[in-house]
Design a protein around this ligand. Structure first.
Ligand SMILES: Nc1ncnc2c1ncn2[C@@H]1O[C@H](COP(=O)(O)OP(=O)(O)OP(=O)(O)O)[C@@H](O)[C@H]1O
Length: 300
């Protein structure tokens, strides 16, 4: 394991921002940190980076606590973006990468490669303040990865990006993973998380409410979605126990159920009623699971 978080807690005053989480990330993995606003994601990132100390517990990277010397091997895209508006893109990146110990000529060469990859080579000499928010974010991302970090922490990398830029960033992140970078990221955009990460933790009020391999989580999750096509109205199912949601469409409906037993009962009911053209049980989306687990309704 390259990154190990062991029963880490962080208290601010009388509030537990992070309340006993344990995470292991293997080298080269892409790990997702999910949770609603205030769940404790950024606080966890800050502890991984050594910016704040845990109240309890330990964070180690390759078996050792993080030291200042090794932070050069880490890249961080903070949630609150911070670039100098009056500097040009080139000046900004040179400044930040010199702090990471890179040579100026290498910085310029790599910056040009990244600007090409993001299809904005003309930005090299533009001032940060002249760029749109989304494009500033691309520059901030470049600042997090130009020095080829071994561990990359991305706090909400996709927020505020349009679909084209979001895809561009997603591809860049996947490429970095292929090149061996270990990546930990947070996102509220479940579709991106589903595409990118294999393992994840879902936090709620500082505690893990779900953790593990995404595919296993989805497979073993009780809640299912059923797609039905039939020549009659499905309204008669409405009051059945175990139905979480019933969306009637013109030739059938989509039903969210608590578990497969409920799906079986529904199957019998619709078959009794008449001919069923389609009956398909689908695993829940991460979006469904997120709402179920991290939503405001406390059902634990
Ligand atoms: N420096 C601080 N002082 C006091 N409370 C803090 C501090 N930093 C975070 N908190 C509190 O800790 C909790 C967790 O915050 P954190 O920023 O880690 O959440 P998050 O999951 O990153 O949320 P978001 O998705 O909104 O960014 C929140 O209730 C927040 O108010």
């Amino acid at each position: 394991m390259t990154l190990v978080i062991e029963n880490v807690k962080k208290r601010f005053g009388d509030q537990m921002a992070v309340d006993g989480i344990s995470v292991q990330v293997e080298k080269g993995d892409m790990f997702g940190m999910l949770g609603s606003n205030g769940a404790g994601k950024t606080t966890t990132f800050r502890m991984i980076l050594g910016l704040i100390d845990p109240t309890e517990g330990l964070v180690t990277w390759e078996g050792k606590p993080l030291s200042y010397k090794r932070t050069n091997l880490i890249g961080y895209l903070p949630e609150e973006r911070g670039l100098y508006p009056k500097l040009s893109v080139k000046e900004q990146i040179i400044y930040l990468m010199r702090l990471k110990g890179m040579k100026k000529a290498d910085i310029i060469k790599d910056l040009r490669d990244w600007l090409e990859r993001f299809q904005v080579p003309e930005y090299e000499n533009k001032k940060i303040e002249e760029l749109s928010k989304g494009n500033q974010q691309k520059i901030q991302f470049i600042a997090a990865v130009l020095h080829k970090p071994e561990l990359l922490i991305l706090d909400e990398p996709f927020s505020g990006l349009d679909p084209v830029n979001s895809d561009m960033l997603k591809n860049a992140v996947l490429r970095l993973q292929e090149e061996g970078t270990t990546i930990v990221f947070s996102s509220h955009q479940m579709a991106n998380v589903e595409k990118l990460c294999e393992d994840l933790i879902m936090l709620k009020k500082g505690k893990a409410v779900l953790q593990g391999n995404l595919r296993n989580i989805k497979r073993s999750y009780n809640m299912k979605r059923i797609h039905i096509r039939a020549d009659y109205e499905l309204d008669f199912l409405k009051n059945l126990d175990g139905i979480l949601d019933l969306e009637v469409t013109k030739d059938g409906g989509i039903i969210k159920v608590e578990n497969e037993q409920v799906a079986e009962t529904i199957f019998k009911r619709v078959a009794d009623k008449g001919f069923v053209r389609k009956f398909e049980i689908e695993e829940p989306s991460l979006h469904d699971i997120f709402i179920d687990k991290a939503g405001e309704n406390d059902n634990e």
